[in-house]
Design a protein around this ligand. Structure first.
Ligand SMILES: Cc1cc2nc3c(=O)[nH]c(=O)nc-3n(C[C@H](O)[C@H](O)[C@H](O)COP(=O)(O)OP(=O)(O)OC[C@H]3O[C@@H](n4cnc5c(N)ncnc54)[C@H](O)[C@@H]3O)c2cc1C
Length: 536
């Protein structure tokens, strides 16, 4: 029987086996510019590794979902989550690479930037496992700042490059994961309504009772938890296994059936007489856990930018190989316009994400960078994560019906992107946070404006100044959106090719594919197409 050859069927070759890092020019350039050129070789080796077996691990981990095992065969509660081996392969790979720890263990300037680039590369291939990686990474500064004794005990485990899955006492572990549990049924944004109670117990510990409505990565070894102590809402460190080996009072009621992020387990839990230690001061729970939340917000930005890059890779690769009406899609003026627009969105997200990561490298000893990080984290988290779902939908459409099919990988990106806008502060809440920062810390507006003015582009300065003149609650999204666009425009003017910056500044529509025709759109698409494919 004759079988149609791939060529005659106008099929696109699979996109695999290349180096995700070197193919991503904005990432390569940003890594160097923001102070982490020393990590280029590691990023490149990781970028090559990721397009081998991890692609398949990602598929398997998302098809074979985590299962809750509440009891053992004797009826005893175990509250375990069982994962497909591919999930463990992903976790072992990313922990081995230091995605959860490099910022804290590598003393070189630029460690946050290097870790950001590596995290983005892994997220491009499989986003769900980034959740426990991100939370474990983010727990370290919160413990360092507010619970030095706990940090001394747990940091070696949290930063270990060994993936040690399984609930055992800390003393017997070679590596550990930490999650966070704040959200309750009655509210996730307004944490003041938390009803979980923390009662002081003997030995300085507390006993926690209550329910948590969203608790991701419940298989983690320990959690930062918010609960009401006598002096108000407080932050606690709650291990799942006590030093004597017994299980702490932490029950998993069920796993969430989620739109995306399906490889990762998110759960509803009950705290039933769970022993925990206070982190920070009683009554200062939110400011204490915020040190963890700012880092996971940065990771939401990195994750969204990574999803955009994955979408751009697939769309440009497809258009470079698929023909319609007698020529390649990439050569069609209207498709080129759509692709170029998707590419500049991705580049804008990447340069912003890396600039923000640099602020995290410097903020401990540079007050201007600290002020910039406070405002820019909320601004970038809102805008970049908000742009993710629409970007994924448009990129998916570039592949036509093939993009709508799971095997393309894009439905997974499309389902993942909205999560990053909800998790760690949904859109409105993040915009209101940005407004609060502007009101309480006027210096953050000054350094933010200075960053935008550095481009010497009057239209961007005017956009940002106009936004800052209208700071009122009902306009929070409008303010933050304009600040984000001004920041992205400024970074592109300074650091991207002129064609990219000009196209970004000339955008007249928030939809994709309506760029003005005067720009060099072909060079933009070429810059973002996985290496050299438009030359074939
Ligand atoms: C997959 C997934 C995993 C998660 N994992 C975790 C986890 O591990 N730990 C954890 O603690 N939480 C977790 N969450 C919960 C998440 O952080 C919350 O869903 C989020 O903070 C919003 O809280 P909520 O769902 O209660 O919505 P609500 O607080 O009820 O908010 C609903 C809407 O109202 C808006 N809103 C709220 N206040 C205002 C206001 N003042 N003005 C205008 N609009 C407002 C919000 O922006 C949102 O759009 C997870 C969520 C998801 C989807």
């Amino acid at each position: 029987m004759a079988i149609l050859s791939t060529d005659s069927a106008n099929q696109v070759p699979p996109l695999a086996g290349h180096d995700l890092f070197t193919a991503n020019r904005p990432l390569v350039e940003g890594l160097e510019r923001e102070g982490a050129s020393w990590a280029a070789a590691q990023c490149s080796a990781f970028g090559r590794r990721l397009t081998g077996a991890p692609l398949e691990w990602g598929r398997l981990a998302n098809e074979h979902l985590p299962q809750l095992r509440t009891h053992d065969r004797f009826g005893e509660r175990i509250d375990d989550v069982e994962f497909h081996p591919a999930w463990h392969d992903l976790m072992r790979m990313s922990i081995g690479e230091g995605l959860h720890s490099l910022s804290w263990t590598d003393g070189r300037d630029g460690a946050h930037v290097a870790r950001a680039a590596l995290f983005m590369l892994a997220s491009q291939v499989e986003a769900g496992h980034g959740c426990p990686i991100s939370m474990t990474h983010a727990a370290v500064p919160a413990l360092r700042a507010s619970a030095p004794a706990l940090a001394a005990e747990w940091e070696p485990l949290l930063t270990s490059r060994e993936y040690d899955f399984g609930l055992r006492p800390a003393a017997e572990k070679r590596g550990a994961l930490v999650g966070m549990s704040m959200t309750e049924r009655q509210g996730g944004s307004d944490l003041r309504t938390n009803t979980t109670v923390a009662r002081p117990a003997a030995g300085g510990e507390y006993v926690l009772d209550g329910q948590k409505w969203f608790c991701s990565a419940p298989m983690s070894d320990a959690f930062l938890v918010l609960a009401q102590a006598p002096a108000g809402l407080s932050c606690f460190f709650l291990p799942r296994v006590l030093p004597d080996g017994s299980r702490n009072g932490f029950r998993i009621d069920r796993l969430k059936d989620k739109l995306g992020d399906r490889s990762n387990a998110s759960s509803e839990i009950v705290l039933d007489g769970a022993l925990a230690q206070l982190v920070g001061e009683e009554g200062r729970g939110v400011p204490t856990i915020v040190e963890m939340v700012v880092h996971t917000r940065l990771d939401c930005v990195l994750g969204s930018a990574a999803g955009m890059r994955q979408a751009v890779e697939q769309a440009t690769h497809h258009a470079a190989h698929r023909s319609a009406f007698g020529s390649l899609l990439a050569e069609k003026p209207l498709m080129r316009n759509v692709l170029a627009d998707l590419c500049i969105e991705s580049e804008a997200a990447t340069v912003t994400a890396l600039r923000l990561a640099r602020a995290y490298d410097r903020r401990a000893h540079d007050s201007a960078e600290a002020a910039f990080a406070r405002l820019a984290t909320a601004v970038a988290k809102y805008w970049i994560c908000k742009r993710g779902p629409g970007h994924a939908a448009e990129a998916l459409e570039c592949l036509g019906g093939n993009g709508y099919v799971e095997e393309s990988g894009l439905p997974r990106v499309y389902r993942q992107q909205p999560l990053l806008s909800i998790w760690e502060g949904a859109g409105n809440v993040v915009c209101l946070d940005a407004l609060r920062t502007l009101r309480r810390e006027p210096e953050s507006a000054e350094v933010f404006l200075a960053e935008i003015r550095a481009a010497g582009e009057p239209s961007l300065t005017a956009l940002a100044e106009g936004a800052l003149a209208a700071v009122e609650e009902g306009q929070a999204r409008a303010v933050v959106e304009r600040l984000a666009q001004a920041l992205q425009g400024s970074l592109l003017v300074r650091h991207a090719p002129g064609s990219v910056a000009d196209a970004f500044l000339g955008r007249a529509s928030s939809g994709y594919g309506a760029l003005g025709s005067e720009g060099d759109l072909a060079s933009i698409v070429e810059r973002h197409t996985p290496i050299g494919e438009l030359d074939i």
